[in-house]
Design a protein around this ligand. Structure first.
Ligand code: SF4
Length: 266
C-alpha cells in the first residue's frame, strides 16, 4: 500500500513536540477559505503550471503535485533524522490536507513508527468517520485538532462542511484518553468577534481535563494565497488583514483564562 503525499518537511518545529518530520497528505473533505495548503485539497496527483522568474524573464514550468510513498520509504526518510528527533523529544506528524482521507495507509504508517518507538502526531480537521479514527487511535500519541468555528452554519459556509461531526469526534478522542493540542486559526471577520471567542473559550474550558496539552492560536496569514491561481481556485480572503501582534497577545491572555497553556503559532 502507498500513500499520496504532496510535501515532506524535515526539521519541523511547529507540528508537535521537538524536531519532527511532517508528511503532508493529499485530499481534504473541507475547503477552508483561508487554507494555506490548497495543493492538499484534491486527493489526486495534479499537473499544474508554475511560473518561475529569472531576472525580468518569466518561464512556465510543469509541476507535478503529489507522489506515492510506501511506509518503508517514510521510515527511511525519518531514520536519517533520528539523532535530532531523539535528542529533541520529537517524532513524526501526519498533516495535509486531511490525513484521515487515506486511513488505511495512515494506520499502517503510524503503526510502523510506533513499533520503532517514534512519537506520532496527527494534525486533523476532525472531519472523519468514527471507524477511521478508531483505526489510528492505538498508534497516535498526539492529536493536533483544529477547531475553527462553533456555529454549524458559519462553519459550513467558510469550510464546506458543518462542525457537528468534528465536535463529536473531538469529544470522542478525549474520552479515549488521547493527548490533544487544540489549534484555533484566528481569522478576522470569521471567528474573532467577542461572542464567538467566548463560546470557543467555554467549549475548551469545559472539556479540557488533563489531556488537552495546549491551545495553539494560529494567526491568519496570506502565505498560501499565491498558490490558488495555479490550482484554479479563487482566493476569497484577499481583503482580510492579518491580526496584529498586540491583538494575538490579548487573545492569548483571554484563552489562558480557560486554565490551559496557550501558544501563538503552532
Ligand atoms: S481542513 Fe486544513 S487542509 Fe483542509 S481545507 Fe481546511 S485548512 Fe486546508
Amino acid at each position: 500500500m502507498t500513500g499520496l503525499i504532496f510535501n515532506i518537511k524535515r526539521y519541523a518545529i511547529h507540528d508537535g513536540p521537538g524536531i519532527r518530520v511532517t508528511f503532508f497528505m493529499k485530499g481534504c473533505p473541507l475547503g477552508c477559505w483561508w487554507c494555506h495548503n490548497p495543493e492538499g485539497i484534491r486527493g489526486d496527483i495534479q499537473e499544474v503550471d508554475r511560473v518561475d522568474r529569472i531576472g525580468d524573464k518569466e518561464f512556465t514550468v510543469k509541476e507535478t503535485v503529489g507522489k506515492h510513498y510506501s511506509v518503508e520509504q517514510l521510515l527511511e526518510i525519518v531514520k536519517k533524522d533520528m539523532v535530532f528527533i531523539e535528542e529533541s523529544g520529537g517524532g513524526v506528524t501526519f498533516s495535509g490536507g486531511e490525513p484521515l482521507m487515506q486511513t488505511g495507509f495512515l494506520a499502517e504508517a503510524l503503526r510502523a513508527f510506533s513499533e520503532e518507538e517514534i512519537h506520532t502526531a496527527v494534525d486533523t480537521s476532525g472531519y472523519a468517520k468514527r471507524e477511521d479514527i478508531d483505526s489510528i487511535l492505538p498508534y497516535t500519541d498526539l492529536f493536533l485538532f483544529d477547531i475553527k468555528h462553533m456555529e454549524p452554519e458559519k462553519h459550513l459556509k467558510y469550510t464546506g462542511v458543518s462542525n457537528e461531526l468534528i465536535q463529536k469526534n473531538y469529544d470522542y478522542i478525549l474520552e479515549k484518553g488521547k493527548k490533544v493540542i487544540i489549534r484555533i486559526p484566528i481569522i478576522p471577520g470569521f471567528n474573532d468577534d467577542d461572542e464567538q471567542l467566548n463560546v470557543f473559550r467555554d467549549f475548551v474550558a469545559t472539556r479540557h481535563g488533563t489531556n488537552v496539552d495546549r491551545i495553539d492560536l494560529l494567526p491568519y496569514h496570506r502565505i498560501g494565497s499565491s498558490k490558488y491561481k495555479k490550482f484554479g481556485l479563487e482566493y476569497k480572503m484577499k481583503d482580510v488583514e492579518q491580526p496584529s501582534t498586540e491583538r494575538m497577545d490579548r487573545l492569548k491572555e483571554f484563552f489562558a483564562e480557560s486554565g490551559i497553556n496557550v501558544k501563538i503559532g503552532g
